[in-house]
Design a protein around this ligand. Structure first.
Ligand SMILES: [Zn+2]
Length: 75
């Protein structure tokens, strides 16, 4: 099950929840601080591409192109 970084839209409490997509869409997750269902997903940018090096030719293009945007950013 994936973890989500969630932020309460009511009290702005940020917390971590483990839930399936179904539970997310069924609003089975509540804010631990105020019990609100109005939660926003917090997307944290993880730089996976950068850790592989900054070489312009290091992007795998065989799988249908660059999904991380490294092709465009490297030049
Ligand atoms: Zn809250």
């Amino acid at each position: 099950m994936p973890y989500y970084d969630l932020k309460c839209a009511d009290c702005e409490q940020e917390f971590n929840a483990k839930a399936s997509m179904d539970e997310r869409s069924a609003q089975a997750i509540r804010c631990p601080a105020c019990g609100s269902f109005r939660l926003e997903t917090v997307f944290r940018k993880v730089n996976v591409v950068k850790s592989r090096g900054d070489l312009p030719g290091s992007c795998p293009v065989d799988g249908g192109g660059c999904s991380g945007g490294c092709c465009g950013l490297a030049r």
